[in-house]
Design a protein around this ligand. Structure first.
Ligand SMILES: *[C@@H]1O[C@H](CO)[C@@H](O)[C@H](O)[C@H]1NC(C)=O
Ligand SMILES: *[C@@H]1O[C@H](CO)[C@@H](O)[C@H](O)[C@H]1NC(C)=O
Ligand SMILES: *[C@@H]1O[C@H](CO)[C@@H](O)[C@H](O)[C@H]1NC(C)=O
Length: 490
């Protein structure tokens, strides 16, 4: 065999291996169209309603007994539905309340960006000055206390000995906090309220400490640092900034993590004991533990299966992983932007200018990847092009009325499965992420109504939401400024 033939054989072998792999991993995607298993999606909407309590993962420590020696630090990750008992009678009401929460979420991200871009200085904000948010920027301050926010939760050990708590994971903010006794005002949570007196590692942060100065809103009381975080949607937390020990799965612990011990907490976080901020600012959890990367896999919203949030877990190098540039905004270090060139439907690029997705030097526009937003938001022009392209290629399906913010819905009640055009993200480095059909055509009831799960926004900020990320491990390589998307890697 000549060298050339050998090389050719190698290439052929690699190619066929690659296509075999693709076929194994994506048996239903051809790149142009994808199969939606209608029966399976409907079945899941029904089982959602029967998930009653987090019995599959008890509140006591459920840590692996083997002391992990790898540098990866892991936390168990659960969907909201498995942590916070659903009081909904039907799936339609599950969806409507999820979409209502989602609008508040998007508003609060946009407010945060507006404040940063308009150069509102830290010193301009005073604790409990939420009027600034409501008056100047006309963000409705809604009491959504009964709804509850946060779509995904991690199980974290806080203090010494560790109290096991459910915390919301949030890529859209930095400050970590939890509800603390004594409560002046605490909302209802699943776990007992954290008791500082019972933790030997609890230590208040002084006002001159670097962590205190990194806060957007702080106040000095008796030499110790008070924090406040408002989320622009009516939720806020106020209390002492302290350091605590944080324990991961496998008993790995990290000491002296700055975390807010909230004595006045109001808002939308029903169920969770607090929040783990995964943003890019200095006080965020990954920044504090000097993580070079982290990744999560958002399990199906409608299931009680679990996955992990891993720190120091690099982007996997495999055939299915798509990477994209991770960009940062000089005006706001919290958000993770992704370089997006455009979208395609059934392999055909939408005819919208790339500039619609570009982060400007002024810190405007751009596309962020967010764990807390459900439905991907696109600028109206881009959304309309996507919708029109999708509608044009789904003429064989029965169209039906819109639901809430969705204007493109189908009656699939008579189908077991359907072929729909593939929707893909095209990143600025050439990477292409084909979404599985269930990540963009989602059930809105249990009788077969499905909607295209994208929405327009009048803001210039686009957001890739968690519906589109489901079942995909999303890796943030902070060291090399890359985001990785690995389908089916939960
Ligand atoms: C749809 O999903 C169900 C349950 O997971 C499975 O039994 C069935 O074979 C799937 N149908 C198709 C057409 O893939
Ligand atoms: C400040 O400390 C003093 C003495 O420890 C205490 O009596 C007082 O209540 C504290 N004030 C506040 C606002 O915490
Ligand atoms: C992170 O790095 C800083 C600065 O090098 C160091 O002071 C701190 O102890 C590190 N934290 C952890 C948890 O390794």
């Amino acid at each position: 065999m000549t060298k050339l033939t050998f090389h050719l054989l190698c290439i052929l072998f690699t190619l066929s291996l690659h296509s075999t792999l693709s076929r194994t991993f994506f048996p239903t995607s051809t790149g142009l169209s994808s199969e939606l298993n209608v029966s399976d999606s409907i079945h899941k909407t029904l089982s959602t309603l029967s998930i009653t309590s987090p019995t599959s993962h008890p509140k006591t420590a459920s840590f692996d007994s083997d002391l992990s020696t790898s540098s990866v630090l892991s936390l168990q990750l659960h969907s909201r539905i498995s942590v916070h008992k659903s009081s909904h009678q039907n799936y339609e009401s599950v969806i409507l309340s999820r979409l209502a929460r989602d609008s508040l979420r998007v508003n609060s991200l946009q407010t945060k960006l507006k404040l940063a871009v308009n150069g509102v200085k830290k010193s301009d904000l005073k604790p409990l000055d939420s009027q600034l948010l409501s008056e100047d920027l006309q963000v409705p301050v809604t009491s959504g206390t009964s709804q509850g926010s946060g779509e995904y939760f991690v199980r974290v050990g806080i203090g010494h000995p560790p109290s096991q708590l459910y915390m919301v994971l949030d890529t859209g903010s930095d400050v970590n906090w939890l509800q603390c006794a004594p409560c002046a005002d605490c909302y209802q949570q699943t776990d007992p309220i954290f008791e500082p007196m019972a933790s030997s590692s609890y230590s208040p942060v002084t006002c001159d400490a670097h962590d205190c100065k990194s806060l957007d809103v702080s106040e000095c009381r008796n030499g110790t640092c008070m924090y406040e975080v408002s989320y622009g949607d009516g939720s806020y937390t106020v209390g002492d900034l302290v350091t605590e020990t944080v324990t991961f799965t496998g008993y790995n612990a990290v000491q002296n993590i700055a975390i807010g011990c909230g004595h006045v907490n109001e808002g939308l976080f029903v169920g969770a004991a607090g929040l783990i901020g995964l943003g890019g600012g200095p006080l965020s959890f990954p920044s504090q533990i000097n993580a070079t990367s982290y990744s999560y896999c958002l399990v199906d919203r409608d299931s009680d299966s679990a996955s992990t949030l891993d720190f120091n877990s690099p982007i996997p190098h495999d055939a299915v992983t798509v990477t994209a540039p991770l960009l940062r905004n000089k005006k706001l270090e919290t958000f993770y932007y992704v370089g997006l060139r455009g979208l395609s439907v059934a392999g055909e690029m939408l005819g919208v200018p790339e500039s619609l997705f570009k982060l400007t030097d002024e810190g405007d526009a751009g596309v962020i990847v967010d764990s807390g937003t459900a439905v991907t938001r696109l600028q109206t022009e881009a959304y309309n092009a996507l919708r029109d392209a999708f509608v044009k290629r789904t003429k064989d399906l029965t169209a039906t009325n819109g639901v809430a913010l969705f204007d493109t819905c189908y009656d699939l009640s008579k189908k077991k499965s359907v072929q729909v055009p593939t929707v893909s993200f095209h990143f600025s480095n050439g990477g292409v992420l084909d979404l599985p059909a269930k990540n963009y055509l989602i059930p809105v009831d249990s009788v077969g109504t499905f909607c295209l799960a994208f929405a327009p926004t009048s803001s210039t900020l686009s957001i890739i939401g968690n519906v589109q990320q489901q079942g995909t491990r999303v890796s943030y390589d902070l060291e090399n400024s890359l985001i990785g998307f690995s389908p089916d890697k939960c």
